[in-house]
Design a protein around this ligand. Structure first.
Ligand SMILES: [Zn+2]
Length: 96
């Protein structure tokens, strides 16, 4: 009788809590702050980079969405939409 291979489960330590005071979520991400690295949850990770983006826009004097879009257009950071030459499903018709 062949020996049955048993899957061994690996147990990991639970992730540390988010570095923000009062946040009850586990941390899965790391950010570099002024005081060093911090383990944070997804919400605080997103908030960190949103605040950086907001500060950058503020430094450029961009306050409204339209101002920000215009700045992107002026700096050629918006790629123009490529015209659709094929409709969805058109390739499937050719294969048949
Ligand atoms: Zn958090």
């Amino acid at each position: 009788m062949a020996a049955k291979k048993q899957k061994q489960s690996v147990e990991y330590d639970p992730p540390p809590p988010c570095a923000h005071d009062g946040c009850g979520y586990s941390s899965y991400l790391r950010i570099h702050t002024k005081t060093g690295w911090a383990n944070v949850c997804q919400r605080h990770y997103d908030g960190h980079f949103q605040r950086q983006a907001d500060a950058y826009c503020e430094s450029l004097g961009l306050h409204t969405i339209e101002q920000k879009k215009q700045w992107l257009r002026d700096n050629k950071l918006i790629v123009k939409k490529v015209p659709v030459t094929r409709e969805p499903g058109e390739d499937l018709d050719e294969a048949a």
